[in-house]
Design a protein around this ligand. Structure first.
Ligand code: PMP
Length: 292
């Protein structure tokens, strides 16, 4: 296999040499931010939207990214070229950088930037037809006034606890509620339900990441004449939906066939979900930044 080159603070290093300090506050405290981005047929899908979200997350947590927006774009392109990657996944991480053992970010003089690119296949093509088995979990989504889920931070313990719970129940994915009992999102994906032709996704203020795939699906629905709204809903609405699907950079648009033992629709991916997946896949190599 060809050498995998990792971008680490302006240098390209091999996987074996891609090491960061144990004093890095990303490691010590989860203090940092990240993006998961896809490249499809040489096109970085929605590159601008991902970088906008990264720089917004940085601003919100007062993290000074040591690269300008344009330098960051160039670093992404260069990493993909070095690795000769046309199709795959990009993990862009900005940590607070090395400091001391105290949590004060003022003790971290310089943030660290890491870019890893790899091939990716999290679900088989079959899974897009059969759909996922999911459970709702008791762990609540982080409160927006504690750690706003709109910030794509390195602190993913909330999501990891949820994943542990869904693993223990033998389900592949979880559905998270907020403290008021409204549905927010999956462990790492946004959620949509469809009932009588109306597509609904929770507003992000309930406690969800404003997913780039979510935004793309909302735009596709508006352009193609699907009825779509952002409105709070409960687990009951999920149980009785005709179709349920999750969206995310890695997962794309994937159906849910079961929630807490309730079979959704016909028990496999429904027609609207499959159509939206098709529409989504028809734009992924066009809308973004061309590398190759
Ligand atoms: N919610 C969470 C918690 C996530 O981590 C992600 C990204 N994997 C998403 C939603 C989906 O966002 P995007 O479409 O930008 O990947």
């Amino acid at each position: 296999m060809a050498e995998q080159w990792i971008y680490l603070d302006g240098q390209f290093v091999t996987k074996e040499n891609a090491k960061v300090s144990v004093f890095d506050h990303g490691f010590l405290y989860g203090d940092g931010i990240f993006e998961g981005i896809r490249i499809y047929n040489g096109n970085i899908f929605k590159c601008k939207e991902h970088l906008d979200r990264l720089y917004d997350s940085a601003k919100s947590i007062m993290l000074n990214i040591p690269l300008t927006y344009q330098e960051m774009e160039e670093a992404l392109v260069e990493t993909l070229r070095r690795n000769e990657l046309r199709d795959g996944y990009i993990r862009l991480v900005v940590s607070r950088g090395p400091g001391n053992l105290g949590l004060d970010p003022n003790r971290c003089p310089k943030a660290s930037v890491v870019i890893i690119v790899e091939q990716l296949a999290i679900y088989s093509e079959e899974a897009y037809k059969t759909g996922l088995k999911t459970v709702s979990v008791s762990t609540k989504r982080n409160l927006p006034d504690a750690l706003n889920p709109k910030i794509k931070s390195l602190n993913y313990l909330n999501n990891i606890l949820v994943k542990i719970q869904s693993n223990l129940s033998g389900a592949g994915e979880a559905i998270m509620l907020n403290a008021q009992g409204y549905v927010t999102e999956g462990s790492g994906d946004n959620i949509f339900i469809i009932k009588n032709g109306m597509i609904t996704t929770p507003p992000c203020y309930l406690g969800a990441l404003d997913g780039i795939t979510r935004q793309a699906i909302i735009a596709i629905c508006s352009n193609k004449g699907y009825k779509i709204k952002e409105e709070p809903f409960t687990l009951h609405d999920v149980y009785v939906a005709d179709e349920v699907f999750l969206t995310g950079t890695a997962a794309e648009v994937i159906a849910v066939r079961e929630v807490d033992g309730r079979i959704i629709g016909e028990g496999h991916a429904g027609p609207v979900t499959l159509k939206l997946l098709e529409e989504f896949r028809s734009i992924v190599d066009k809308d973004g930044l061309k590398v190759w």
